[in-house]
Design a protein around this ligand. Structure first.
Ligand code: NI
Length: 154
């Protein structure tokens, strides 16, 4: 495993749409392991998407510290969502900025794991919020694009 560099706002890789994963090989596993290490140990984040480490593939990892633990999503699809909550967010790719965005309260997501096996997950609360935030990264969208309120965190 290795730590990867986090791309920050201004880097155009963060603005591109990530491509579907079609090959479930050791390289994919290595990417996911590196992302987990980069997220948890280096930066203490709760989520990280592949474009944030410069890889335009539809992969993200999430660990909000709840009973679901660490989750890996490959080729995710948000099947349905409901409700609305205001969410105060930050992002490893947008250093020293925070703000409030609107997110769904609950969602159902379908994805594959690193082996290509499909699964479905129902998420709510912080996990649902985090999944939406990371999913947006795959579409080239950052939370600062959706702000309803700006906060200074410095
Ligand atoms: Ni982010």
């Amino acid at each position: 495993m290795a730590l990867r560099n986090i791309c920050v706002i201004g880097d155009e890789v963060l603005r591109k749409k990530a491509r579907e994963v079609t090959v479930f090989d050791d390289r994919l596993s290595e990417l996911i392991d590196d992302m987990i290490e980069t997220m948890s140990f280096e930066n203490r984040g709760i989520g990280l998407a592949a474009p944030q480490v410069g890889i335009l593939r539809r992969v993200f990892v999430v660990d909000v510290g709840d009973e679901h633990g660490l989750l890996e999503f490959v080729n995710p699809e948000i099947v349905s969502s409901e409700g609305k909550v205001m969410s105060s967010e930050g992002c490893l790719s947008v250093p020293e900025r925070g703000g409030t965005v609107e997110r769904p309260e609950k969602l159902i997501i379908k994805a594959q794991n690193r082996k290509g096996e499909s699964f479905e997950l129902e998420a709510e609360g912080l996990l649902a919020i985090c999944i939406c935030h990371e999913y947006d990264h795959l579409e080239g969208v950052l939370f600062v694009d959706k702000l309803v309120e700006v906060e200074e965190t410095t």
